[in-house]
Design a protein around this ligand. Sequence first.
Ligand code: BGC
Length: 272
Amino acid sequence: MQKPNNRLAGQTAIVTGGSSGIGAAITKSLALEGANVCINYHSDQKGANEVADWVADNIGANKTLIVQGDVGREEDVDQLFEQTLERFGTLDICVANAGIQKDFPMHEMSLEAWQAVINTNLTGQFLCARAAIRIFLEQGMRPEVSNSLGKIIHISSVHEEIPWAGHVNYATSKGGLVMLMESICQEYAPQKIRCNSIAPGAIKTDINKDVWSDEEGLEKILKLIPYGRMGNPEEIGSVVAWLASDESEYINGTTIFVDGGMTCYPGFSQNG
Ligand code: BGC
């Protein structure tokens, strides 16, 4: 676990899907850097409470706020950002992390499964980024806490680059995030907004538990990871904390892959 630091002191972050897995680890990492964090959750209230309790026990009281909401619904996103501002007074960092998978072979995929994934994974990230940009522009520079007007971090996936048979809705949503993130950078970098993505590879969470909890599944997934092991949520959290800080100030409009080399296509090491 990352050591407590103060790189984000005086700043406020929203983490969507902050109640479990990668989102929970991101919340803890940002809090360890001194940020206030609004933990958004969709259905896992217990998980959100546990993350908030962890922050209270390990870092301090009154550092988190919990807000339920579906990131694919405009009114939920609006109230998520409003409540965060009401509670903490400012917003400096938006981590659009909430994401789902609904896997089917393409010919068996219903329109509903397609739309549900696009709605959460892509439209949800648009709505959150838009809400954050509106606040950043209105709020103005806060040189006492950061050199940037605000930071947006999209949690994407290696599947923004690697096609994924049987998961066309998910891969398409992540591919769309590349253009969302790059276009936001192009549009708002002049105002000193930084917008980047982090693309995790196979990180051990509930989303892929059916794969890693099965011996054969684990063996197969490890063949796709040159580094020879799956990642931990904390290994995403620490990169988010750094990417939100001024240490990475000149990074804008790019994706950082945190994947143990998965995007180096290990299948080609003895083939092709
Ligand atoms: C998916 C996981 C998968 C990983 C690597 C992630 O984006 O959510 O289910 O294990 O990519 O394929």
